[in-house]
Design a protein around this ligand. Sequence first.
Ligand code: 2AL
Length: 248
Amino acid sequence: MHVRIINPNTTRAMTDLIGRSARVVAAPGTLVDAVQPTMGPASIESHYEEALAVPGILEQVALGEAEGVDAYVVACFGDPGVDAARELARGPVIGIAEAAMHAATLVGRRFAVVTTLGRTTGRARELVDRYGFRDAFVAVRACEVPVLALEDPGARTRLVDECRRAVQQDGADVVVLGCAGMAELCAVIADEIGVPVVDGVAAGTVLAQSLVALGLRSSVAGEYAPPPAKPMAGILAGFEIRAPVAVA
Ligand code: 2AL
């Protein structure tokens, strides 16, 4: 089984970190690789960057389809482009926010999301609503560390402090990490704060692998049917769908 993790940003060190985190939980016999777009933002912490990351994500899905990839994980907490990727891919496509929220509600009753910058909290709330987790969600907190500074000295302390506040002040019994760049801090934070901490990269990898093992793929009966053939103009001409995607 081949599971491909797509880091939607173009920072190689973060793609490598995400790949390592996914491989830790992959089953023997599952090939996990991590890729990044050839174009797009160095990190995603605004709606602008999120929108501009999506073509690069879809490019990676198209390449993966040509290689026979069995499932994808989109490793950015805004779950950018996941619906569109489901229309292109034969196998399942999992966003790390959706995967992490599912996992959190299987091990606790009240989860908080702890993310990078305050400006990303709106997207996290939106996804909670969209995925139907409003009853279990208690808070979203920001540690105000930018994505590409998560490994800087002091960042971990700020993140741990915010996770602890989510437990002590918001009543969370599970913490969901709100950025793929936090993946390698998951175990250490869980040790420090004493409640389960969910990293969506790991949760998404295991979930993608499980869906393939179950023989489940995105339904083509409704919204996730392949996109119609249609001209595509300008810089996006390479994304044109020329013939309906054959669904095996
Ligand atoms: C993220 C993430 O997971 N990757 C990225 O570039 N930005 N999320 C976030 N909340 O900042």
